[in-house]
Design a protein around this ligand. Structure first.
Ligand SMILES: C[S@@+](CC[C@H](N)C(=O)[O-])C[C@H]1O[C@@H](n2cnc3c(N)ncnc32)[C@H](O)[C@@H]1O
Length: 261
């Protein structure tokens, strides 16, 4: 297994698996919101927020923000008077989120693929720019559905697979990895992949969700040579309401024993 990868002569450490993700986000956390190296993340967030913000009003208490990071949405949702469970794999990212909204959010260190919540306990699930890091998105979607109340809504955003792949090809990156770097975190590659619309529709519908909306989100990119190509990098969001109907029983393997139509 390779330990390093070179991009323009710069050596990137490859941090494998969930452990690698957790370690990297722990290092990124102190500078995550402001690092000059994460300018691309800021562009993507800005464009994505234009769409996601429109849906926040449909969430009801309590909301679980899965892969909440430094609390970009958790903080906003708590500000709307909704109680928020902010869940993340990285303790340091959670600490940053907690700092921003004190006792208004409940930080939980856990894995999106195995939520430590009771069934039918949430009025909303939000998962933004974290789904793309999941090794088992199927397990996560079933977990989203399990914890959501019948009337709940799930908002998620991820990268467009084809466009992300093109971006990676441009940078000569291995398919399943994305580069990250801040002052505290040397050049690192961690697992991150995109999804296409059909894949996501299938995934959520199989788990019993009804799709309310799928929106593509063009990211306006600067005039910088290589990044101009990134205009093609979209973030898209899906809105779902839960439908605990027969479809869920047809869906197969995961946790279906817990559901009754
Ligand atoms: C790019 S950040 C996005 C943070 C936030 N949702 C936002 O949109 O600003 C991705 C976050 O997902 C978290 N993450 C990655 N895999 C995870 C998993 N399996 N379970 C929970 N959190 C995870 C990372 O620790 C990181 O904080």
């Amino acid at each position: 297994m390779r330990k390093f990868w070179f991009i323009s002569k710069l050596q990137y450490k490859i941090r494998e698996g969930k452990k690698g993700l957790k370690e990297t986000y722990d290092f990124l956390a102190p500078n995550y919101d402001y690092s000059k190296y994460l300018f691309c993340t800021r562009w993507i967030e800005k464009a994505e927020e234009k769409i996601v913000n429109k849906w926040l009003g449909e969430l009801s208490s309590p909301v679980i923000d899965v892969g909440c990071g430094t609390g970009r949405y958790a903080v906003k949702i708590a500000g709307m008077g909704i109680s928020v469970i902010a869940l993340d794999l990285s303790l340091e990212m959670l600490k940053m989120a907690k700092k921003k909204k004190g006792n208004k959010i409940l930080p939980v260190l856990a894995d999106a693929e195995c939520l430590p919540l009771k069934a039918d306990s949430c009025g909303g699930v939000i998962c933004t720019l974290a789904f793309n890091h999941l090794f088992s998105p199927v397990s996560a979607v079933y977990e989203f559905r399990r914890v959501l109340k019948k009337t709940g809504i799930c908002i998620m955003s991820s990268f467009n697979k084809a466009l992300l792949r093109r971006f990676k090809q441009k940078l000569n990156l291995p398919y399943a990895y994305m580069p990250f770097r801040t002052k505290n975190c040397g050049p690192t590659l961690i697992y991150e992949v995109g999804h296409n619309e059909e894949e996501l529709k299938g995934l959520f519908q199989k788990a019993g969700f009804r799709i309310k909306a799928i929106e593509f989100c063009p990211v306006p990119i600067s005039k910088l040579g290589i990044f101009r190509k990134l205009t093609l990098l979209f973030v898209f969001k899906l809105g779902f309401t839960v439908r605990k109907l027969v479809t869920s029983l047809e869906a197969g393997s995961l946790r279906l024993d817990k559901y009754s139509p």
